[in-house]
Design a protein around this ligand. Structure first.
Ligand code: ANZ
Length: 957
């Protein structure tokens, strides 16, 4: 008989076997049922259900995924890994008495749709909505238990109205460093008006013009426009955030050169929150690696500012983390852009200036100008690369080292950045690697002030490298007033700081690596800023009543791009070309006037900075979120002092950008009293990646993975051998497998089980389509254990389960329950499989309670088949809100066996051990037993004979 005939015969013999066709039918029916019943609708006990005591009494669980960008190419099987995991978890939480909020929205502004619009003329909204519809269809097919009423898309005007509203809250507030919190800007204005706070520069608030006041307030606002140097990318026609620039100083997207250019742009004063963003990490349940990345990104450095006099009136202030090494500072470096450079440069080179210092230039002014032009062509990252040859030039000026009294030359060099510290350093070549390299190149003196721990001696001129260590004692560091000699670094730093502070020439300070967040983008497909400018160029916020400010319809979606290498260009935004939209007459409270709209749009990150809040109350037209509802789902609780989402699952690539920005916005909203949670996400979990095999031909090009033939462990495409490697899954590598394909071939429950069974959730794993069938078989056996394949009737009996079955059942309940709660889905599946195998082997119809518990046990993982079996077992309700089985402890503990421990054949101890104990475990237990230890009395051991679980015989040395 041929294979098809066998299959056909089996179908006839077993018309009610669980097959892909049956799975498709079951799954579609239950998905319709859930939608119709609103099975996953999470009540807001604080709002619409405030009165239902049963719901109010339940603990809550707010479970979230990092929401997807609706990509035109839809989902491949790698995408839903996290969504399935949170769904399984959410289902288990629902079955263990929690009020669960679980939904999924779309992060729908984004460049691909805009680029598509530029290429095709299709409005980005049209292609984005089509992509969302396709993804919603794909996601629905997976049986995810989302509360669809709560879903949002960041492009909905009803949603971005609130993104704009939050922008205005941030714009209308300032950071009160004394109170350590954001406050309304109106309070600052009042303080300036009534004189309780001095206006910077000692000016009279009443005498200032509107434009001057606006400038003063701009220095305080948490959202402000500034002309600071930004990352300008002519090739993309837009500016970029630091986070969007690669380590090579190019755009992460498109790999174009990025230049530092002064352009007026919106910024978010995230730096005001640097300390709180650091401190509040402690209370979060996040992976250590992510916390570390945030700490490094914020980059808190404790050090000092020290003034070095130049001439009689000027002083260069440096930031150093090693003020203890001040006696070793033998030259100084300013960033080329430093404003003091022009002031200190003398007309001519001082007498006897070293040739290598001048760069061959006739005057200091010429040398400085040439060097500045050279440095401007480099990115910060290039400038900082440690390995690179040190370049720079002498300014012709000298400064005075405040402790040694020595005159030290002042250089400009590109390894000192304007944007960090004070943009000026004291160079200590003996103890700093970069200063060492520079000093060698420019033949500058070095002085050892920290005793090297190796045998190189204290004459730094003979060294091959700097001695940079915190673990040593200071030397050569005394003048008539202060001596650091013999002190360790930490004490020496403290002593030096005190000494500098007393004399008013320095002070202890903390510096952060974190920069303010550049918030403008020269794009069409983003949230418009709710800001207009009056005829004097003063920015005015739109009143709430004018929100949402919707995007205008345009003909041309592209920002103007330029020659990628032309730094002397500046952005032209797509919105600026729409004069009708840009020029408006508005009454902002003082009569109708003419205004121009801001024509930048917000960056992609804006919409994802707060979406968790909108899930809570998505249709509220009066408020961002009802405070009582926010308090219920996200407010602080025991063990989560700053509140937040109970579980947030997503990729580790979002360690700093999204997660830092979202934390910052939460803190501002918290400070202003709009929400009770100071942190958005209490527990963060990073799922691993689903990887896939990539097959490359002899030229190295990927070939379609689905068409590969395998012969004797070798791989062929169209008869030609190809190479196999493990990589990402995706269209470009021609190895994408879609969830639709797997659902068609096996059903969604099989796909869900397979993805969860592949390994621990946080570990990356290779996709293997051929292995999926294993989980399909599990479901077939499960089905067969409860349903007669010939008749479709359930086969359960009313007979009592036997002892062995009860043990197998309760062990599985106990183990799988703990695993599901702990996100260990792979081991949960292993335990359920073990139980199912036990039942298969035992044969015969299952006792009804066993069948029912088995169905409930697998329900979070394979909800469709569970619903179907539950219905067949005679229930009329859904498994979704049923209680998860509870293990009977009496059946969970293994029966104990008594093990005898002998020394030289004499019984010394008896141990109660599980029958399944391994030889190794038993040996360890026996050797650790008190009586055995005492009997051995320190004698060595020659041999241990173990016969688990009953006997251990120890032969002493
Ligand atoms: C003297 C010194 C001696 C330094 C020594 C280091 C070691 P972190 O820890 O990253 O904060 N620095 C300060 N401002 C700089 C700038 N704008 N561009 C480049 N480098 C700058 O680094 C602080 C140290 O980096 C500072 O301490 C300063 O060099 C340098 F044995 O001062 B140090």
């Amino acid at each position: 008989m041929s294979e098809t005939n066998t299959a056909a015969a089996a179908e006839t013999a077993a018309p009610h076997r669980y097959t892909a066709a049956m799975a498709a039918d079951i799954e579609a029916r239950w998905q319709d049922f859930w939608d119709a019943e609103g099975t996953y609708a999470a009540p807001n006990p604080a709002g619409d259900l405030a009165g239902d005591p049963a719901v109010v009494a339940r603990p809550k669980k707010f479970i979230m995924d990092m929401f997807p960008y609706p990509s035109g190419s839809g989902l491949h099987v790698g995408h839903p890994l996290g969504y399935i995991a949170t769904d399984v978890y959410a289902r288990h939480q629902r079955m263990t008495g929690h009020n669960v909020l679980h939904t999924l929205g779309f992060d729908a502004f984004g460049l691909p749709a805009e680029q598509h619009a530029v290429a095709t003329g299709t409005h980005p909204r049209v292609s984005t909505e089509a992509a969302m519809d396709n993804m919603k269809r794909q996601l629905r097919r997976l049986g995810l238990g989302h509360d669809k009423r709560r879903s949002i898309a960041t492009i909905d005007p009803e949603y971005y109205k609130w993104t704009q509203w939050i922008f205005l809250q941030i714009f209308n507030s300032w950071y009160d460093a004394d109170a350590q919190q954001a406050r309304p800007i109106a309070e600052l204005v009042a303080a300036f008006e009534n004189g309780t706070r001095e206006v910077p520069g000692g000016r009279d608030w009443a005498a200032l013009s509107a434009a001057e006041r606006s400038d003063v307030l701009g220095e305080y606002r948490l959202a402000y426009a500034s002309d600071a140097p930004v990352n300008w990318c002519p090739g993309l026609g837009t500016v970029l955030a630091n986070e969007e620039v690669t380590a090579d100083g190019r755009s992460e997207r498109g790999n174009f050169p990025v230049f530092k250019s002064k352009l007026r742009q919106w910024n978010m004063r995230i730096t005001a929150y640097a300390d709180r963003l650091l401190d509040d990490l402690d209370a979060l349940d996040w992976p250590d690696a992510i916390k570390l990345q945030q700490r490094n990104w914020i980059g808190r450095s404790e050090g000092a500012r020290v003034d070095f006099k130049v001439g009689d009136t000027d002083a260069i202030t440096v930031f150093t983390t090693r003020q203890d090494t001040l006696f070793g500072a033998t030259y100084m470096v300013l960033a080329p852009e430093h404003e003091l450079v022009d002031t200190i440069v003398p007309a001519a080179w001082p007498e006897g200036t070293h040739d290598v210092w001048t760069g061959g230039h006739a005057s200091p002014a010429e040398a400085v100008a040439k060097y500045r032009a050279f440095a401007a062509s480099k990115s910060d990252v290039e400038r900082q690369a440690d390995a690179k040859e040190k370049t720079g030039v002498f300014t012709g000026a000298f400064a005075v080292n405040p402790v040694s009294g020595e005159k030290v030359p002042v250089f400009i060099a590109d390894y000192v950045l304007m944007g960090y510290g004070t943009g000026a350093i004291m160079a200590v070549p003996a103890h700093d690697t970069r200063d060492f390299a520079f000093a060698r190149a420019f033949e500058l003196p070095m002085r050892c002030v920290v005793q090297p721990s190796d045998d190189r001696g204290t004459d730094a001129s003979t060294w091959d490298e700097a001695f940079a260590s915190y673990e040593a004692k200071l030397v050569n560091s005394a003048n008539g007033e202060i001596s650091l000699d013999g002190l360790g670094v930490v004490e020496a730093k403290a002593k030096m700081t005190d000494w500098l502070t007393e004399r008013g020439i320095g002070e202890g300070t903390v510096n952060f690596r974190l920069r303010d967040w550049l918030f403008s983008r020269q794009r069409y497909w983003g949230e418009p800023f709710p800001i207009v400018y009056d005829e004097d160029g003063v920015a005015h916020p739109l009143p709430e009543s004018m929100l949402p400010l919707e995007l205008p319809e345009v003909d041309d979606y592209s920002p103007r791009t330029f020659d990628a290498d032309d730094a002397d260009t500046s952005p032209e935004t797509p919105l600026s070309r729409n004069e009708d939209w840009v020029n408006v007459e508005l009454d902002l409270g003082d009569g109708v006037k003419k205004y121009r709209r801001e024509t930048n749009t917000m960056p992609n990150w804006a919409g994802s900075c707060w979406y968790e809040l909108r899930y809570l109350d998505p249709h509220n037209s009066e408020k961002l979120v009802d405070p009582a509802i926010e308090q219920y789902w996200m407010g602080p609780r025991e063990g989560m002092p700053t509140g937040g989402v109970d579980l947030y699952v997503g990729g580790a690539e979002h360690a700093v950008l999204h997660l830092l920005y979202a934390r910052f916005w939460s803190k501002v909203l918290f400070d202003l009293g709009h929400i009770s949670s100071a942190e958005p996400f209490h527990k963060l979990y990073n799922q691993g990646m689903i990887q896939a095999y990539v097959y490359r031909d002899s030229r190295g090009f990927p070939v379609p993975a689905a068409e590969i033939e395998e012969r004797d462990g070798k791989f062929f495409f169209e008869g030609e051998p190809v190479k196999r490697e493990l990589g990402k899954m995706g269209k470009s590598l021609k190895n994408a497998v879609t969830p639709d394909e797997i659902c068609t071939e096996y059903g969604a429950d099989t796909l869900r089980l397979y993805e969860m069974a592949m390994g621990p959730l946080d570990v990356s794993r290779p996709w293997d389509t051929r292995a999926v069938v294993g989980q399909y078989r599990l479901l077939q056996r499960l089905w067969r254990n409860i349903v007669d394949e010939a008749t479709g009737e359930v086969t359960v009996t009313d007979a009592e389960p036997d002892e062995a079955t009860l043990r197998a059942l309760h062990k599985a309940i106990d183990g799988a329950g703990g695993d599901l709660a702990g996100l260990r889905f792979n081991t949960a599946i292993a335990k359920i499989t073990e139980l199912n195998n036990h039942l298969t082997k035992a044969g015969g119809p299952l006792p009804r309670p066993v069948a029912e518990q088995l169905v409930l046990l697998i329900a979070p993982l394979a909800p469709h088949i569970a619903e179907e079996l539950w219905r067949k077992l005679g229930h009329t309700d859904s498994v979704v809100h049923r209680d998860f089985p509870v293990a009977d402890p009496a059946y969970v503990v293994d029966e104990a066996v008594t093990c005898v421990v002998q020394i030289k054949g004499k019984v010394k101890a008896r141990l109660e051990v599980p029958p399944s104990i391994s030889d190794d475990e038993l040996e360890k237990l026996a050797l650790a037993d008190e009586a055995v230890v005492a009997a051995l009395a320190g004698a060595g051991i020659r041999k241990v004979i173990v016969r688990a679980p009953k006997l251990v015989n120890i032969v002493p040395a």
